[in-house]
Design a protein around this ligand. Sequence first.
Ligand code: PLP
Length: 415
Amino acid sequence: MSAAVVSPSADQEFARYRADFPILAERIHGKPLVYLDNGASSQRPTAVLDAERRYAEHLHANVHRGVHTLSQRATDAYEGARERVRVFLNARTAREIIFTRGTTEAINLVAQSYARPRLGPGDEILITWLEHHANIVPWQMVAEATGARLVVAPIDRRGELDLPAFTALLSERTRIVATAHVSNALGTVLPVREIVALAHARNVPVLFDGAQAVPHLKVDVRALDCDFYAFSGHKMYGPTGIGVLYGREAILESMPPWQGGGDMILTVSFSGTTYNALPHKFEAGTPNMGGAVGLAAAIDYLDRIGLARIAAFEHDLLEYATERLSAIDGLTIIGTARAKASLVSFTLAGVHPHDLGTILDQEGIAIRTGHHCAMPVMEFFGVPATARASFAFYNTRAEIDRLVEAVAAARALFG
Ligand code: PLP
């Protein structure tokens, strides 16, 4: 790894995109903001903010039920956003795209509608030690309700999935595999193609939690051949309160609705109710139309830059940050997988991550500290918490330099 891994021209080119994000001009405690908490929520460009505003000012009404013009505009905008997501993921049909509140709701939908009716005592749900709580707790709830067992595939000290162990844990009792695509606590990119091949060889469907993958990697659900894929808008430069569940059409068709209400029905009477077709069957109640429109605008924005170019630039930023942070005395990087995306988790001897987060905040630097909703990962590495700097394409080497200087100063003062 060389120190000058980011070419100055790429740095300059990507730095130009900063002007698209008004919030990046904020000052925090009198210092220019360095926003390195993108793994929790990334910031929104003007293109997204404008799309949300345009929707609210010119298109908004309730969808699907109205004959009046605004309702039709809102429906067109909402369904247009669904088609935009379909293209983004390369799904076969927009019937495979369910809008949700986010990754959490998408996984709960699969847990409650796919897994819960199918599972019984002795059946197994296979996840990994790397998971965010959103990909643990919904499965624990299903296991509790059905008598099924949650089986957890181990990771190694680099934070990589132990693939032979995962293979051995896939059994004739496994009913679903659910793993992260990219770990939010460690940045590990999981071997998703191998996971699908291994599971499908046993006819086991696979769900990927793509919350940390979609902002950084090009995802093609047909090439991946996964059965479910979940992600959130707010981690990919879109709004909060909107996310997506992709599901293979035949599987979604076989699943009962999970929430009842308006929009998910065709007819309702006290002698019986008939359900709407996909994807509406899974979207009870008034959806987040403005959020969907904002998400589509975020996808357009990302497409204009190009996810492959973003991935290459962020990879260089990650290498630069890894090398500079590693050189700080007493700093230990947690998560050293060979395939990593866009974040560094670390501990600093003598300084609790929460204290470090507060010290950095005084310098205008926003990082996340804590267990990152991945307590089993912390337990595995024997740490209560880590500090996490997570990058977006609008971050710069100069910002990483500021992070490194502030961390080194904290170490010198308190470590
Ligand atoms: N999965 C992963 C890997 C995440 O990083 C997150 C959020 O941090 C989630 C799931 C939950 O996403 P949301 O809170 O948007 O539902």
